[in-house]
Ligand binder design. Structure first.
Ligand code: HEC
Length: 139
């Protein structure tokens, strides 16, 4: 009995340590579930993605990802709020990237989310756009 309790408290301490480590990670190096093969993202990719988001996506998705851009006013359904943490937990990276390149219908969503076929040749930029969408969820 005593040995059992001891084991549990050791595990408890380990879990706490893990939590503390995760909590103290401090900006930047967020560890998503290590499922998807990681596409390398360069600084140039990130710069291009930021520009793209502002020029092509923010009109509907809003500059802060809340789905409240002027272009979304007339849309049904509206783009979702990317700050929704429940959605962020559920959605897979691949699904986000697929929607961006192949459009909403490719993931069972609205056709108003048009495809961006020019990005097919730029996986790094697509990954950086996905990163932008993930960051909205961290705010
Ligand atoms: C004309 C408005 C419009 C533009 C421009 C637009 N989107 Fe969307 N987007 C939508 C709508 C509407 C949906 C789907 C909502 C639904 O069906 O639930 C959507 C869905 C998505 C999804 C699927 C995930 C989800 O469930 O919300 C992603 C990812 C996404 N958009 C990213 C982007 C990115 C990145 C850009 C710029 C390259 C962009 N969108 C440009 C309107 C737009």
């Amino acid at each position: 009995m005593i040995r059992w309790m001891c084991k549990v408290s050791v595990m408890g301490a380990a879990a706490l340590l893990l939590l503390a480590a995760a909590g103290c990670g401090g900006g930047g190096g967020k560890s998503e579930e290590a499922s998807a093969p990681l596409t390398p993202i360069t600084a140039a990719d990130r710069a291009e993605a930021a520009q793209l988001f502002a020029s092509r996506c923010a009109a509907c998705h809003g500059t802060t990802g809340m789905g409240d851009g002027p272009g979304a006013l007339a849309l049904t359904p509206k783009p979702r709020n990317y700050r929704d943490r429940e959605w962020q937990k559920k959605v897979k990276d691949e699904e986000i990237e697929r929607a961006i390149v192949y459009g909403g219908t490719s993931v069972g969503k609205s056709a108003q989310m048009i495809a961006n076929p020019d990005l097919q040749a730029k996986p790094g930029v697509v990954a950086a756009l996905r990163e932008i969408i993930r960051e909205f969820g961290a705010q």
